[in-house]
Write a protein that binds this ligand. Structure first.
Ligand code: G4P
Length: 537
């Protein structure tokens, strides 16, 4: 009989926890849906799409609020494929793009990058890839929409290499594009899969017809394009980058697939390669009781986990929240007593939620790599660590510098206390940040996505009975500032006093009125660090 530690190890080895990095409209929702179809988690295409349509039909927060129950359950989609347990973490993209989107990427072991073949690398992709690069996250790339007119494949790869700073190693290669799109050649095994549009929702396999470039069938099916393919392969053989699994795992190289998500084309190969290549749960750094950093291995027997996202519950009457926790080591069973390190208190976790693709279900058991949701009344914050006993504090779940700023205006001055409480509590959920300038009593909100400002005003009214609005403010960027050079730091603080503020956790930030001021401050004070992220807690 296998020992408990062998069982744990093999359970963890089956886990693949990942997120999708893309710009809106590149095809993330479509691909997600196809992955869930292949994983048998949904039977028909349309359900993920329907949710998205409902969510984006209006930017009205109240309408989104009604949707929130659904989006909570779909923040994590779990499905099985070929014996693997796949956890797909949603990276909210359109109007709901926020700091959460960045932070989700700190809870995954790898990512899929989806690029629209007609557009190449776009703005949001660049931002999200910065987080991946910071963490050396292994990335597999899917270049989507080859059934439409697209940029030449070599240009697309050059674009990815130039803008995302990652080497591309194609594993498949497209034959034609748009109306002349014939299929994709699998560079690893020499199989050519012919393309046929299948807009329906069912899982449909592209037929394999040809093996090897010398197969005479190649010319029969591809006509003139057969020679083009041979020439491309020769070129890639001579000048292309061969795939290297070690470089992929180090986040230095991305294997590239070409396909069409809406047509189910290239998705099966992508998923097969993903489960085989992508890393199982990886070790994570944590601070020990003595202040040293150590890597916590996923197969350590003791349970540990870290909270990376807080979501307000739909049920306003209860005003509770769900803390999303990534399990970092060991396993979890229902009712288990966990130590909450920030408060030092033990909690019996009997009501944790595991997220399946379609519905939320109570968790009986989960292990490293899985995500569980813990309902609470605001006691749990982003960055909190839980273990069975041992004192630990996971690092690497940061705050990200916001990109948009507003000054909050209170319509009824008698509600100042409620405003403060509301803003502090809402900021704790992590989608916006609250700054208090050193020189006045303003409340400045910073966010990564603009919709968050509407959400906050609406929730202040609903949950705290506070009538607030916004004024624009001359702030273009925020950077957390630290320095070991005391004299220079004091000098900096004197000079920029007007533009300094404390965030909700009391950390000092420089709110730059424009990018040039930020640049000149960085030049003027070389011993002051201007950080775009800050470790929470
Ligand atoms: P997102 O989540 O990244 O924002 O993108 P989403 O999947 O919603 O896809 C954006 C649009 O691109 C959708 O069209 C979708 O059908 C289309 N699309 C996705 N994959 C492919 C593909 O391989 N080829 C082509 N030609 N189109 C693709 P839409 O018009 O916005 O929605 P719908 O009416 O098609 O549902």
């Amino acid at each position: 009989m296998p020992s408990a530690s062998d069982t744990l190890r093999s359970e963890i080895a089956r886990r693949r926890t990942f997120g999708i990095v893309s710009h809106p409209d590149a095809g993330k929702t479509t691909l997600t849906e196809k992955l869930l179809l292949f994983g048998g988690a949904i039977q028909l295409a349309g359900s993920v799409k329907a949710r998205k349509a409902a969510r984006h039909a209006t930017s009205d927060w109240m309408a989104m609020e009604k949707e929130r129950g659904i989006s909570v359950t779909t923040s994590v989609m779990k499905f099985r494929y070929n014996g693997y347990e796949v956890n797909l973490l949603d990276t909210p993209g359109h109007q709901d793009f926020s700091e959460d989107t960045y932070r989700v990427l700190t809870a995954v072991d790898s990512a899929l990058l989806v690029i629209d073949a007609a557009k190449g690398v776009e703005a949001q992709t660049k931002k999200l890839m910065e987080v991946c690069r910071m963490r050396k996250t292994p990335i597999i790339t899917f270049i989507n929409k080859l059934d439409r007119e697209a940029l030449p494949p070599l240009d697309l790869m050059a674009d990815i290499e130039a803008h995302l700073g990652i080497e591309c190693a194609p594993l498949t290669w497209p034959v034609g594009m748009g109306s002349s799109f014939k299929g994709a050649y699998d560079i690893r095994n020499g199989e050519l899969r012919l393309f046929s549009p299948t807009h329906g929702g069912k899982v449909q396999e592209a037929q394999v017809v040809i093996r090897g470039l010398d197969d005479a069938q190649l010319d029969v099916h591809l006509g003139d394009q057969a020679e083009d393919l041979r020439a491309d392969m020769e070129l890639l053989g001579a000048a292309g980058t061969p795939f290297d699994p070690q470089r992929y795992l180090a986040g230095e190289q991305t294997p590239v697939f070409f396909g069409s998500a809406v047509n189910n084309f290239g998705v099966r190969e992508l998923l097969d390669t993903f489960v085989n290549l992508a890393p199982a749960p990886r070790p994570r750094p944590a601070l020990t009781a003595t202040g040293e950093t150590r890597l916590v291995q996923p197969d350590e027997a003791e349970f540990s986990g870290v909270v990376f996202k807080i979501q307000a519950n739909m049920d306003k009457a209860h005003r509770d929240r769900i803390a999303f926790m990534r399990i970092c080591s060991g396993s979890f069973t229902r009712g288990m007593k966990l130590r909450h390190h920030r408060s030092g208190k033990d909690m019996a976790v009997s009501n944790a939620t595991m997220f399946m693709a379609q519905d939320r279900s109570g968790v009986e058991e989960a292990c490293a790599g899985d995500i569980i949701g813990i309902p609470n009344h605001g006691t749990i914050k982003i960055g909190d660590t839980f273990t069975e006993k041992t004192l630990l504090k996971f690092t690497g779940i940061p705050s990200f510098a916001p990109e948009h700023f507003r000054r909050v205006r209170l319509r009824n001055p008698l509600k100042a206390k409620q405003l403060q409480k509301g803003l502090e509590q809402l900021a704790e959920e992590g989608a916006v940040q609250l700054f208090r300038p050193l020189v006045n009593n303003d409340y400045i909100l910073g966010a990564v996505g603009l919709l968050q400002f509407d959400v906050i005003v609406s929730r202040l009214a609903e949950e705290y009975s506070v009538d607030a609005s916004y004024e624009s403010i001359g702030v273009a960027a925020a950077r957390w500032v630290v320095s070991n050079d005391r004299r220079q730091f004091e000098d900096f603080k004197d000079y920029y006093n007007q533009d300094l503020a404390l965030d909700a956790e009391g950390a000092l930030a420089y709110l730059a009125p424009n990018p040039w001021k930020l640049e000149s401050a960085e030049e003027r004070y070389p011993h002051v660090e201007f950080r775009v992220t800050r470790e929470i807690g």
